[in-house]
Write a protein that binds this ligand. Structure first.
Ligand code: PLP
Length: 343
């Protein structure tokens, strides 16, 4: 059994982390003269809880994990970067990822001078675990998977993912930004059996809080411990902690939005498929559709002329001629349909 500490970079393993005032003293007191704060109750004068314990307790209840299995970041983008910085020695270690997928993994690898190896999905965007594992060598520290995948919209087959979890001795990251829209349960259920698995989720999509910038990483206590040591001590500000905590009380509203968007997704997919210009609408477990058209660049530009913006994925692997279209309100979807028909 591989120990997490063996996978961690030496400088991180030996790190004496910054100890801020709110780490050193956590209890209740009547007078706080320890953090050089302004004493006037603005009421923003105090540093926030560096480990966001109240918020994590609420998230733990909803996600059915322990608070100690949660790290909160400024979007999921923060844990993506931290994972690379914790496990990958620049110019030495490498990352293996599916292709196509969310481009942020590559950008973070590039910023950190870590080799980024890609393995193409099959033509139907399904995952071939054996091909992925064949790209792994002794310097591979992290595998990035994304399910439902962006920009393809499909789920990765559970059996194939299991082959990676069981066959790879490094860290497997499963990005579940779109899990709320999916018909498959989250990989959170597998956390206790797989201590080298990290599951990423976010408040940016189904919860409707993209502007708030709050993402979640779920993993074994060991991994969460390293993420906590390397993150900025006060990465999640007090306003965000309080606001997201309040939003969690409205899970029913989020579920209502998801239900509406899933209904719209089916209607939208059917209407798109009926347009002669559209060659293919890929199946989706997310809140967007990857749609194949004859000339994606031209159609993208002509949609913009009509005031409708979609995402042009023409230059992405296996996505030649594809536009990624977010499922909007019924009215917005109708505008897109009519704009496409008029082209
Ligand atoms: C949108 C998205 C995210 C979310 O990023 P945030 O930084 O949390 O807003 C993460 N992963 C994927 C694959 C995404 O598409």
């Amino acid at each position: 059994m591989i120990e997490i500490s063996e996978l961690v970079r030496e400088n991180i393993r030996n790190l004496k982390p910054y100890s801020c005032a709110r780490y050193e003293f956590k209890g209740e007191a009547s007078v706080f003269l320890d953090a050089n704060e302004n004493p006037m109750n603005t009421p923003y004068n105090r540093y926030p809880d560096p480990l966001q314990e109240e918020l994590k307790a609420k998230i733990a209840g909803i996600k059915n994990v322990r608070p100690s299995q949660i790290m909160l970041g400024v979007g999921s983008d923060e844990p993506i970067d931290l994972i690379i910085r914790i496990f990958c020695e620049p110019k030495e270690d490498n990352i293996v990822a599916i292709d196509p997928t969310y481009n942020m993994y590559r950008v973070c690898a590039d910023i950190n001078s870590v080799e980024y190896r890609t393995v193409l999905l099959n033509d139907d965007y399904s995952l071939d675990a054996a091909r992925l594992l064949a790209a792994v060598d002794e310097k591979t520290k992290v595998i990035f998977l994304c399910s439902p995948n962006n920009p393809t919209g499909n789920l990765m087959d559970g059996g194939e993912v299991m082959k990676i979890l069981n066959g790879f001795e490094g860290i497997t990251v499963m990005d579940e930004a779109y899990i709320d829209f999916s018909s498959r349960p989250s990989w959170l259920e597998a956390l206790d059996e797989h201590p080298r698995l990290i599951v990423l989720q976010t408040f940016s999509k189904a919860w409707g809080l993209a502007s708030v910038r709050c993402g979640m990483a779920f993993a074994s206590e060991r991994i969460i411990g390293y993420l906590n040591q390397v993150k900025y001590p006060y990465n999640i500000n007090m306003l965000t902690q309080r606001f997201v905590g309040e939003q969690l009380a409205h899970e029913g509203r989020k579920n209502g939005w998801v239900k509406m968007l899933l209904e719209q997704r089916e209607i939208f997919a059917g209407r798109l498929a009926a347009i002669p210009l559209v060659e293919k609408v890929n199946p989706s477990d997310a809140n967007f559709l990857l749609v194949k058209v004859p000339d994606a660049n031209d159609i993208y530009n002509r949609l913009i002329d009509k005031g409708v913006v979609v995402r042009n994925r023409n230059n992405v692997s296996l996505c030649l001629g594809c536009l990624r279209i977010t499922v909007g309100t019924a009215e917005e979807n109708e505008i897109l349909i009519n704009a496409l028909k008029e082209l």
